[in-house]
Design a protein around this ligand. Structure first.
Ligand SMILES: Nc1ncnc2c1ncn2[C@@H]1O[C@H](COP(=O)(O)OP(=O)(O)OP(=O)(O)O)[C@@H](O)[C@H]1O
Length: 467
């Protein structure tokens, strides 16, 4: 057997002969997972022809399900495990081998039983647990599949027809896609649709809302953490989103909120198609397609240096612009009908209807919160009114008459002269007040609604004495 230690506290020949006699089989690998020794019993048990010497082979070439490399990587023993080999099952134990300096120099594994029948009751339990686990994994994989396809995108406007065409076209490629559009226009819905028509549709769809994760946790969230990377990092730390999305699509929502340092790391992932979990020195392949979305003005952010130019160009390969609802008002009636049906389906109540006047009322609103706002208005109207047909007045109370049409002038806040910056500031202040009213004072929603970051909103609230 190869000497894995610097010193020789034992007579290695004696040790080797002891191991030779041990159990039903024994095998040892070095730190690279290469077989350095195998006893005769194991040789026979694995059915290797006597003239074949597997020493020098990678362990997984001989035993594809071997976990010996895991023992080397983690430095932890696996005291008892059931290992499949062809159509047989072995009960095995595996231990790390350390050199004199205490470093992991390899691993040794023993077959304890080559027949698992005596363990039948245990095996039965193991099988049931295994089945439950695979069922849970299946359910999780289902949940990770895209929930919406192109058919779930309701529209009548040619503008959205054009977006659907673009979706079909970009889905054929694997390059990153950048979805642009105001808050609530349906960017996430379109991201699901891209995945569902792409070649990756049978893989997972994993969404990350960059704005919702504290900056300090973002890196671990994306790349995962190697076991024992830092105190408190559990051995069973969930994998990062890049690993979870393997073979599928990773949706980066609110990508404009991504810190610069993480942008640099993700750029590397996009270019080199590989990544390193936090605290690990192993490189993993990044087999994901990136779809990113933002309501922010990335060009302006690049100019200001708050968004990396190189990352922006990499993301912007395929760009899709989702028009705001006020620019496709013909979608309002079909969307309203869709949300009325959805509400009825969710609550078990009969489907409410809307008269022409009520529909006209909805079409006179400018929908700053876009489709999400329309969905909320329909829901509130259904809750507030018990009549089978929703009255125009009910809707009128929920949506101010603010449409910007050819015959409807934009109502600017009163201007008592003043230079242009002062007038712009007055407009900005007014827009913030309206957004605060619309969102019930919820700051995160106000920022989203106005298409600015939370910190920008706080600055403006202070500047206009609105806090
Ligand atoms: N064309 C559409 N057909 C049906 N439902 C839609 C459509 N567009 C948007 N929606 C619905 O409107 C809501 C908001 O859409 P979504 O979350 O995709 O918007 P978003 O642009 O990603 O918003 P944000 O920028 O705030 O993250 C969701 O409930 C979505 O299902």
């Amino acid at each position: 057997m190869a000497d894995v230690g610097a010193g020789k506290p034992f007579d290695t020949a004696m040790l080797e002969s002891l191991l030779e006699e041990m159990g039903d089989g024994a095998i040892a690998i070095d730190a690279d997972g290469v077989i350095i020794w195998i006893n005769k019993n194991y040789h026979k048990l694995l059915g290797i022809s006597p003239d074949v010497d597997p020493r020098g082979w990678d362990i997984e070439r001989l035993i594809p399900e071997s976990r010996m490399k895991e023992v080397v990587r983690t430095g932890r023993s696996i005291l008892i495990d059931i290992m499949n080999f062809d159509d047989q099952q072995f009960v095995v134990s595996r231990f790390p081998l350390k050199n004199a300096a205490g470093e992991i120099a390899g691993a040794i594994g023993f077959v304890l039983f080559d027949k698992v029948e005596p363990l039948a009751p245990l095996m039965e339990k193991f099988k049931v647990l295994g089945k439950r686990l695979s069922l849970a994994e299946q359910k999780l994989a289902e949940a990770r599949k895209a929930k919406y396809s192109l058919a779930n995108i309701v529209n009548r406007s040619p503008k959205v027809d054009k977006v659907k065409e673009q979706i079909r076209a970009v889905a054929q490629h694997d390059s990153p896609v950048l979805l642009r559009g105001e808050t609530g226009t349906g960017k996430e819905l379109f991201a699901h649709a891209i995945h569902s028509v792409s070649a990756r549709r049978n893989g997972p769809f994993v969404a990350v809302n960059v704005a919702a994760i504290p900056e300090a946790l973002l890196e671990a969230e994306f790349f995962g953490v190697a076991p024992g990377a830092y105190t408190g990092a559990s051995d069973r730390q969930p994998e990062g989103k890049l690993a979870l999305a393997r073979g599928g699509t990773l949706f980066l929502d609110e990508v404009g909120d991504m810190p610069l340092s993480l942008q640099a790391k993700l750029l590397r992932v996009l270019e080199e198609k590989e990544f390193e979990p936090v605290g690990s020195n192993t490189i993993q392949p990044a087999d994901v397609r990136i779809v990113a979305a933002t309501s922010l003005d990335l060009e302006q952010m690049v100019a200001k240096g708050t968004f990396r130019r190189d990352f922006y160009y990499r993301l912007n390969v395929l760009k899709i612009e989702i028009p705001p609802l006020r620019d496709r008002l013909e979608d309002v009636p079909v969307l309203a009908d869709f949300f009325l049906e959805e509400f009825a389906h969710r609550t078990g109540e009969p489907v409410r209807l809307m008269g022409d006047e009520a529909v006209q009322r909805l079409m006179r609103h400018s929908w700053p919160g876009n489709v999400r706002e329309l969905r909320n208005v329909i829901e509130r109207a259904c809750i507030l009114s018990k009549t089978p047909v929703l009255a125009a007045e009910t809707l009128g109370e929920l949506v101010p008459d603010t449409a910007v049409g050819p015959d409807q002038p934009i109502h600017l806040p009163s201007r008592k002269g003043g230079d242009l910056p002062a007038q712009i500031a007055a407009l900005e202040r007014q827009a913030i007040i309206e957004a605060l009213q619309l969102c019930g004072g919820h700051k995160a929603n106000v920022a989203k609604h106005l298409g600015i970051s939370r910190s920008q909103l706080y600055d403006k609230l202070k500047r206009y004495h609105l806090s």
